[in-house]
Design a binder for this molecule. Structure first.
Ligand code: NAP
Length: 267
């Protein structure tokens, strides 16, 4: 049995695909996976910031292929997995991180917003799981990591559709874990608490990049007050949980929801 700590978390020469890699949690996970030795295919829908993530990974001496795509389009997700197989001839880790949030009270949710959020958060993750699970099963196994949210544990106003999609991701993870376990494919979900990323910064940084620091401090204060550990989280806090699930350290773990959330939800 392998008990060496560094080796248990080592991803040397493994191939990982990470969506949502231009920003926040996806970016932090991509860089951490590269630090652990992985080669990467990183994806997002915007090229500029994705290129910055790619540059950080290249500086670490790992191979990286940036792909501009949309996770809500099945053919683009299948092509993304195909890129990893073409380039690295293997797929060890698939991290379905890309996600969106649009705030609206339940009675005001438009069909357009409903379709957009389901398209990215639910269908995008479904497509990623399906394409990766097929590729991994053919090659003897792998680890799929989906991102949900503490929003699936604690109902809050104006995020009903987001919370619904994240609960669906957790249940889909369990269903897939049951089916794919015999083929060596592990499937887990990470459900972060409130994290300092583009998704949350939009409440205090406007479209032109202007920051309202008072609004930030108010929001961070309110969020931290609800958390037993007394702070909001950083993208790296989630990336470390993802590294655990990506690596052999979690080889006996599948179908689980891991909750790096400061204790804000303890279901
Ligand atoms: P983020 O900084 O906004 O990163 C998400 C990335 O996904 C963005 O670069 C975004 O691009 C990209 N993306 C969105 N739709 C896409 C699509 N259709 N195809 C490809 N890429 C797409 O937010 P984050 O906080 O890191 O979010 C990562 C994941 O964590 C999400 O699933 C989110 O729901 C989850 N999460 C976040 C928090 C939090 O507090 N931050 C808490 C719990 C869960 P655009 O910028 O162009 O939209």
């Amino acid at each position: 049995m392998q008990t060496d700590i560094a080796r248990a978390f080592d991803l040397t020469d493994r191939a990982a695909v990470v969506t949502g890699a231009a920003s926040g949690i996806g970016r932090a996970a991509s860089i951490l996976f590269a630090k652990a030795g992985a080669n990467l295919v990183i994806a997002d829908r915007e090229s500029g910031a994705l290129a910055e993530t790619a540059s950080e990974i290249s500086k670490l001496g790992r191979e990286v292929v940036p792909v501009v795509m949309d996770v809500s389009i099945r053919s683009e997700v299948e092509a993304l997995v195909g890129t990893a197989l073409d380039r690295f001839e293997r797929l060890d880790v698939m991290a379905n991180v890309a996600g969106i949030m649009r705030n609206a009270m339940f009675l005001d949710v438009t069909e357009e917003d409903l379709d957009a959020i389901i398209g990215v958060n639910q269908k995008g993750v479904f497509f990623g799981c399906q394409a990766a699970a097929r590729a991994m099963a053919e090659r003897g196994g792998g680890s799929i990591i989906n991102i949900a949210s503490a929003g699936m544990d604690s109902p809050a106003p104006d995020i009903s559709v987001y919370a619904m999609t994240k609960a669906a991701v957790a249940m889909m993870t369990r269903s897939l874990a049951i089916e794919m376990g015999p083929q060596g494919v592990r499937v887990n979900t990470v459900a972060p608490g409130f994290i300092d990323t583009g998704m949350t910064q939009r409440h205090w940084i406007d479209g032109d990049g202007n920051q309202d620091l008072e609004a930030r401090d108010t929001m961070w204060g309110q969020m931290s007050a609800r958390v037993p550990l007394g702070s909001i989280g950083q993208p790296e806090d989630i990336a470390f949980a993802m590294l655990y699930l990506a690596s052999d350290a979690s080889r006996f773990v599948t179908g689980q929801v891991v909750r790096p959330n400061g204790g804000v939800a303890m279901p």
